[in-house]
Ligand binder design. Sequence first.
Ligand code: GLN
Length: 204
Amino acid sequence: SVSIGVFALQGDVREHLRVLNDLGVDAFRVRRPEELERCDGLVLPGGESTTMYKLARTFDLFEPLAKRISGGMPTFGTCAGMIMLADRIEDGSEGQETLGGLDITVRRNAFGRQVDSFEGELEFRHLDDPVHAVFIRAPWVEQVGPEVEVLATIATGEAAGRIVAVRQGSLMATSFHPEVGSDDRIHRYFVELVKQSQNQSVVS
Ligand code: GLN
């Protein structure tokens, strides 16, 4: 089976572990560089990206993470995790850095105060039926580079057309939280990316 770590210095770690375990994945917490070495893939959960950044620095995980991600380790970021994977941020806090990897610009807390948390149905590319998406003080993607595939956008309302899920090679990110609720299709999609990347790296 595949081994997928969940960045566990901050954020909704347990929810991701539950979904991955239910899919038969060897899923575990990553708090130290040694734990990163076991990972075939990694999840960066939702939470608070400024705090994640600071803790990753404090626990000497920032550089090893950035190196594994740029080295091609499949990584899935949700919400704050999307911000961590973005090459560029708008409305970042003072001194906030990201791990990068995705050629995107994200805007933090993009949906504004009145609607900072909401739910709705979204079409998701490669999935037959819509997903029920939960947004909690979510970012959106303002701009994507040429290698980035857009997986989902907001359909209606003031934010119509805003990009909320992307993939670039074996990196993917959603503004919303697919780990809450019982729909495991987006995690399945990520597990497939991890398996594909394993097959590619097997030299026969
Ligand atoms: N607003 C948070 C941030 O900027 C993200 C919120 C979330 O992950 N649910 O990091």
